[in-house]
Design a protein around this ligand. Structure first.
Ligand SMILES: [Zn+2]
Length: 363
């Protein structure tokens, strides 16, 4: 489906026939599921390519598919200048883009674009469901609500031609609604819906196909979605990719403690540095032993972020927690959580967190 390296040149030519901009030379590694390329002046951290490669089977499992059902994809990390020279975007809002099975961007690991590249429905579907699926599979963990639960109906017929300002909210709302559909009904009906809709499907056609696929009226399903309740039987899919990270034990039955330096040459570190970019993340998981109050404290450098994210059911309702240096009480549910550190990829940033069971704060 693709030659050894001409991906981006084709891509730019397809988007801008008049564009004569040359693709900068890149290094490339062939993973098991994807090819990863980058400009030689950029340095991917040691875990970046294995992590991007392993995202393919992770995303396949989330969608009830086999990795071999997904197209082989390419991801290319470009400097900002090279990215903007290649990008078909006029507004330069995004730092990543994709065409068919080729994802690229001005950052070393943009999972959102990788999710598009493996989505055959993204070739010809409705923008709301294309972006909704990518957002559902790769939520940004910032602390606070993971998704933006709001009425999705105003965005259903948005097209790629719509200005982003005019459809602000499509990404967040689409991610929330698709996460709801995946968690409550499983991936099969969603993929059926996604593939049956074309880029110009009218609202009445979307409603017809939706009712056909789900056996329920769209308005009734939206009411359930907006109801803010976690229905019995809802699954934990889609999970943040960080939920697949290795699990660390607790230091004692009531205390989790972890400190580390974020080293770019460490195989667990994802990110990179070069050009204007210098960010890296390390993800681990931990099992919270029981529902209740916990005292959370960040142990790293001031500018290193630590986010705690539940891997439990009903992900569209999830609230993630930014752990701060000042201890704070949070009520956690029992079960698997992801802990994601982000720091400067060049500075050996110190990261860490302490989580202590605090029965005195239980209600
Ligand atoms: Zn997108």
């Amino acid at each position: 489906m693709m030659g050894p390296r001409p991906a981006l040149a084709c891509l730019a030519a397809a988007a801008h026939l008049a564009c004569a901009c040359a693709l900068p030379p890149t290094d490339e590694v062939h993973g098991e599921h994807l090819d990863y390329a980058w400009e030689p002046a950029l340095t991917p951290c040691a875990g970046t390519i294995p992590s991007m490669d392993a995202f393919i089977p992770f995303a396949a499992a989330e969608l009830g598919l086999r990795p071999e059902d997904l197209p082989r994809v390419t991801y290319t990390w470009l400097s900002e200048d090279a990215y903007y020279a290649q990008s078909p975007d006029d507004d330069f809002v995004h730092t990543g883009n994709f065409r068919l099975a080729h994802a690229y961007g001005a950052a070393p690991a943009i999972l959102h674009e990788l999710a598009h590249a493996i989505d055959d429905g993204a070739r010809s579907g409705r923008r709301f469901f294309i972006e909704g699926l990518a957002e559902a599979l790769t939520p940004s963990l910032r602390g606070g609500p993971r998704y933006h639960v709001a009425d999705p109906r105003p965005f259903l017929t948005a097209t790629m031609a719509d200005d982003l300002d005019a459809i602000a909210g499509l990404y967040g709302t689409g991610g929330a609604f698709v996460a709801y559909l995946l968690a409550v009904h499983g991936p099969a009906p969603f993929l059926d819906l996604h593939r049956r809709l074309g880029p110009a499907s009218t609202e009445s056609r979307i409603r017809r196909v939706f009712a056909d696929v789900y056996g329920n009226d769209l308005d009734a399903e939206v009411e359930l979605f907006l109801g803010d309740a976690c229905p019995a039987g809802a699954t934990a899919v889609p999970q943040p990719y960080a939920c697949a990270a290795p699990t660390l034990p607790w230091r004692t039955p009531t205390e989790f403690f972890d400190t580390r330096a974020i080293a770019c040459d460490d195989p667990v570190t994802v990110g990179g540095h070069g050009d204007a970019y210098a960010s890296a993340t390390v993800a681990v998981t931990l099992d919270v032993p029981e529902d209740g109050a916990y005292e959370l404290r960040a142990l790293g450098d001031r500018d290193t972020r630590a986010i705690l994210a539940s891997c439990g059911p009903c992900p569209w309702l999830a609230h993630d927690t930014a752990i701060e240096p000042t201890p704070a009480i949070a009520h956690l549910r029992a079960g698997r959580h992801a802990l994601v550190y982000t720091g400067d990829a060049r500075a050996l940033a110190l990261a860490g967190a302490q989580i202590v069971r605090s029965p005195t704060f239980d209600e």
